[in-house]
Design a binder for this molecule. Sequence first.
Ligand SMILES: Cc1cc2nc3c(=O)[nH]c(=O)nc-3n(C[C@H](O)[C@H](O)[C@H](O)COP(=O)(O)OP(=O)(O)OC[C@H]3O[C@@H](n4cnc5c(N)ncnc54)[C@H](O)[C@@H]3O)c2cc1C
Length: 325
Amino acid sequence: MKNNEILVLAEQNYGKIHPVTYELIGKGSELAAKTGGFVSCLLVGPSGIPCEELCYRGASPVYYMEAHCFENADEMLFKENIVSALKDIHPQMVLIGATTFGRSLAPRIAGALNTGLTADCTDLQVDEDGRIIQIRPAFSDNILAHIKTVTDPQMATIRYKEFNEADRDTTRSVDIRKLTPACTVSGIEILSTQELGGVDVTKADVIVAAGRGFKKKEDLVLAEDLAKTLGGVMAASRALVDAGMVSSQIQVGYSGHRVKPKIYIACGISGAPQHLAGMKESGTIIAINSDPSAPIFKVADIGYVGDLYEILPMLTERFRKERTK
Ligand SMILES: Cc1cc2nc3c(=O)[nH]c(=O)nc-3n(C[C@H](O)[C@H](O)[C@H](O)COP(=O)(O)OP(=O)(O)OC[C@H]3O[C@@H](n4cnc5c(N)ncnc54)[C@H](O)[C@@H]3O)c2cc1C
């Protein structure tokens, strides 16, 4: 039987809870206040995760399915176990972070439950019947689609950094329910992001993003150097991903990652709406572009009009000197 439970699928990485989980608990609590329901969390992970933290953020109960095999992000193994748990819990709604792992996991779960899924939502509301309206940009961000799934549970992935994290209150009661895994063996060999040589652009405080203004792959060292000097990471526009110059793991934008670093330096990026969709909430935006009419300057706090091949080495040198002072 269906209940009025809004279940947040907690994401963890080697036992550390991903902050998107706290954002979803916050939004879920807002929705539950309107539906008369409650927010719970399902955490699938290795032993020893301090899951009372999820209760302090407002989730109750927290279902904790723990086993050593959940140390690796194996979508198939997670899917089997999550589907089994959801069949017992029967939540009204399941919220999943639109992280790389969440985006890969959610459609597998929805498929197995034979239910609908709205991907990459930017907002959620409640209609007069207490059903959740899932809102997401559509047609290249030109409209905001309002979607209601007619199947249960309603499922949505929500972009990271879209909502504020739920407040932490250690006086909240702690209700943790241990679940037994349905399956603990997978035939898939998992490589970690580090093993794959990747970086997580969503967690960086400083991002130096490269666009089509870079003529050759080897020239990207200019962006990498500046990123390293500032203690940040390099990201890229889709143009460079499509050109095969960088991995899609570092793509920022509508069909890439949504980022909110303290400093975002866009180098040779025009500022197409699909790129802005992924970075416009950044703290300070610095743009380097040879075309003074490039749209990126409309969202930039600081703009350099000129050739990135001259400006980047100058900036790197200047920051390097500042750091060694
Ligand atoms: C459904 C859909 C989803 C998409 N998703 C994404 C996404 O997630 N992320 C994304 O980025 N794009 C996405 N796009 C593509 C997007 O529309 C743009 O095509 C893309 O962002 C352009 O990348 P760019 O700014 O690097 O290249 P361009 O638009 O070609 O801009 C290059 C810029 O570099 C400047 N330049 C050139 N030489 C120099 C130089 N020597 N020094 C300084 N400046 C220089 C130019 O003046 C220009 O402004 C998507 C498109 C669609 C249709």
